[in-house]
Design a binder for this molecule. Structure first.
Ligand SMILES: [Zn+2]
Length: 273
């Protein structure tokens, strides 16, 4: 099977309209354990840590809110924080010199944004943009690095997540190269749905085409097919999931490959990808 379109060279994508904003505001209290402890429960990755470890890390975590389009980090800049989404979803994207943007992976509450900090690289050539507004916990880079180097459960879950995320990125590359836009759209909807508390997604058509590295017209046609099949309701970027099981049958193998691997590595949540 080959993709009908959507190769990076043929896409008509443009840079995501992300931009620097003032630092996200803190809605929790720095150093107060009660609010972060509650928030930790919303991050399966952190909640997987032993309670004593959670309590120890609490003072190092800030509860923040991120808005749609916030740039979590910019390409090439030194990362100041590691982010653990609790209800927001971030998209890692790369923009070529010619201005074409493609998504590399999605991070929701199963994961962490800022892998380069604890892996030692400090910067990355891609950017992270908030795709779905919501909450997150953040930890200073210096603290995250220190905690990672302590070893133990924190290092363990971060390494396992990193391997799972590598699988997601690798499979995204395979999917973009080999599978039809309709299948890729199914995969992307399922990825988002796994990270949301809702059956509805609000996204501009342009954003969806960026994420899929596909032309807007192709996305519209693919969404129309999924709608005709009764799997979703679609109108101008508003997607309502009507038949999750049907989407799982229609999606390409990439979704299941990554889900299986992530469940194996993380094991704390069935929907983790
Ligand atoms: Zn695929």
């Amino acid at each position: 099977m080959s993709a009908s379109d959507g190769s990076p060279n043929s896409s008509q994508c443009h840079p995501v309209d992300g931009r620097h904003r003032p630092m996200p505001y803190t809605v929790g209290t720095l150093g107060a354990q009660s609010a972060p402890l509650t928030a930790i429960a919303e991050s399966p990755l952190l909640a997987a840590l032993p309670l004593a470890e959670q309590a120890r890390l609490c003072p190092e975590l800030e509860v923040i809110s991120l808005a749609l389009g916030d740039v979590v980090y910019e390409s090439g800049e030194h990362l100041e924080y590691v982010y653990f989404p609790t209800s927001c979803v971030a998209s890692l994207v790369y923009t070529t010199a010619s201005g074409v943007t493609a998504e590399m992976g999605l991070v929701g509450n199963e994961g962490v944004v800022g892998i380069a900090i604890f892996m030692g690289g400090k910067t990355v050539p891609n950017r992270a943009v908030v795709l779905i507004a919501g909450g997150a916990l953040r930890m200073k880079a210096s603290v995250a690095r220190r905690e990672f180097e302590r070893g133990g459960p924190f290092q363990h879950v971060l390494l396992h997540y990193t391997q799972a995320f590598f699988t997601q990125i690798s499979q995204t590359a395979v999917c973009s190269r080999l599978h039809f836009v309709e299948q890729r759209l199914c995969r992307w909807i399922l990825l988002c749905h796994d990270r949301l508390q809702s059956d509805e997604l609000q996204m501009t058509q342009e954003s969806i085409s960026h994420m899929l590295s596909a032309r807007r017209q192709s996305v519209t046609v693919a969404a129309g097919h999924l709608q005709d099949a009764g799997l979703i309701q679609y109108a101008r970027g508003h997607i309502k999931i009507l038949d999750r099981a049907g989407l799982e049958k229609a999606v390409c193998e990439c979704y299941h490959v990554v889900k299986t691997e992530c469940d194996r590595l993380m094991g704390f949540r069935g929907a983790c990808i």
